[in-house]
Design a protein. Structure first.
Length: 75
């Protein structure tokens, strides 16, 4: 949807919205990279993936292939 859009708007959980511009699209995996101009946004703390081991608990959150708000977890 992003690659054909005339305008993009990013909405976050705080009811704030921002104008966005598309930076890249991978249609087969339904993933897009967008850029917003905003300051003082919260930053997600990510782990060091090189330290993960087989069998550890993992969570994936997203909306692949128009499956809104999908969550997958497992070991």
């Amino acid at each position: 949807m992003v690659e054909d859009a005339d305008k993009l708007k990013f909405a976050c959980g705080t009811d704030a919205t921002f104008k966005a511009t598309g930076r890249g699209v991978d249609a087969p995996s339904d993933v897009a990279v967008i850029k917003i101009d905003a300051t003082n946004l919260p930053v997600a703390k990510l782990a060091d993936s090189s330290k993960t081991r087989v069998g550890e608990f993992a969570i994936a959150i997203g909306a692949p292939f128009a499956l809104d708000y999908s969550v997958t977890f497992g070991t």
